[in-house]
Ligand binder design. Sequence first.
Ligand SMILES: Cc1cc2nc3c(=O)[nH]c(=O)nc-3n(C[C@H](O)[C@H](O)[C@H](O)COP(=O)(O)OP(=O)(O)OC[C@H]3O[C@@H](n4cnc5c(N)ncnc54)[C@H](O)[C@@H]3O)c2cc1C
Length: 381
Amino acid sequence: MLILGAGAAGLFCALEAGKRGRRVAVIEHADRIGKKILISGGGRCNFTNIHTTPQNFHSANPDFARSALARFTPRDFLALVKQHRIPYHEKTLGQLFCDNSASDITNLLESECRAARVQIFLNTRIAEASRTSEFILRSGSNEFRAPALIVATGGLSIPKMGATSFGYDLARQFGHNIIPTRPALVPLLFHRTDQQRYSALAGVSTEVIASSGKNSFREKMLFTHRGLSGPAILQISSYWNGAQPIHLDLAPDRDATAALRSSSQRNLTITLKALQQFFPNRFAERWLQFHAPADYTNSSLAAFENQLHDWTLIPAGTEGYEKAEVTTGGVDTRELSSKSMESRLVPGLFFIGEVVDVTGHLGGFNFQWAWASASAAARSL
Ligand SMILES: Cc1cc2nc3c(=O)[nH]c(=O)nc-3n(C[C@H](O)[C@H](O)[C@H](O)COP(=O)(O)OP(=O)(O)OC[C@H]3O[C@@H](n4cnc5c(N)ncnc54)[C@H](O)[C@@H]3O)c2cc1C
């Protein structure tokens, strides 16, 4: 069998299939395996999340991921990490990171592949794929043939790391529908007025609830020179359709003006002091510069408080694939088996990992999908 892409999903599928006695070749156009794994989690790879549930993923077909996730769980991957004596820790919210380096995970995958006699071809660019009685991939004068082809070419994010649209193109070539792709887990950009107002806050971070439609995330938000980032913003970016507003509760569960409302002394200085108890100074000052209460009546203070809990922004856009951690959309899951990831249109053709229209939240869920979908395919091969 041929696996296209030596990233998280491709390598994991290769080693699982190899362990089952299959002859496996992995074809990778980059000069080394698992480049994205190496830069993941700030270099420490958030390799899974122990609280993974199907609700941590989105897709045009939300139930699709359920079966694969149930059959290969975070505990299963953790067992392998422990077997390789890789030191790890839980950071927050069930996120497991390597203590030392993400290369512990690529070393794990590489040594398991070696033990399972998987052949890995690096620097191999496939120009053309076709199918007769088997799949044929051509790279220069080389030809690879096999009865099964597993496409694990990932998404479009970070093109300089080797991301290509080859997987989507190949899916289309074989008649598959592609759910439109978008950068996700990506910083958002301000429009000009907001940028002029808030770019001076670059580096300031505060806890917020970021919402878009029915989805909301309570985590830190970070101001950047061009817009907003931080976990809450990255999470909500995956649900942003490019047009609707984002709502930000800047003071979740807090009543920033309570003391002010119960006092007879009400002015700008006292309002600033009240905000400084809840927010970084730079933010409190800048917010008041543009949103100071019209006067200090109870109703003005209530309106001021309400605005803190519902700052409504329409971003100008996102930082794009250059900065996105993942790609939403991809191979339409309605044309794949949820049990094996095999195409319902072309027997022997499989799609796994990020190229599929399943996108995880921030926090180790995308690697868990890579492992789980890879394992589902390997079990059926
Ligand atoms: C900066 C950053 C940090 C991240 N941190 C985390 C994290 O901590 N935790 C987490 O869960 N997720 C994280 N992610 C997301 C995670 O890296 C991906 O979801 C995951 O790598 C997807 O696995 P994959 O195997 O499907 O694709 P990839 O890992 O992207 O692998 C695809 C492989 O296919 C190869 N390829 C592409 N086109 C071709 C072609 N035409 N021919 C041959 N080979 C090809 C690529 O070179 C690549 O090696 C992060 C992503 C980024 C960008």
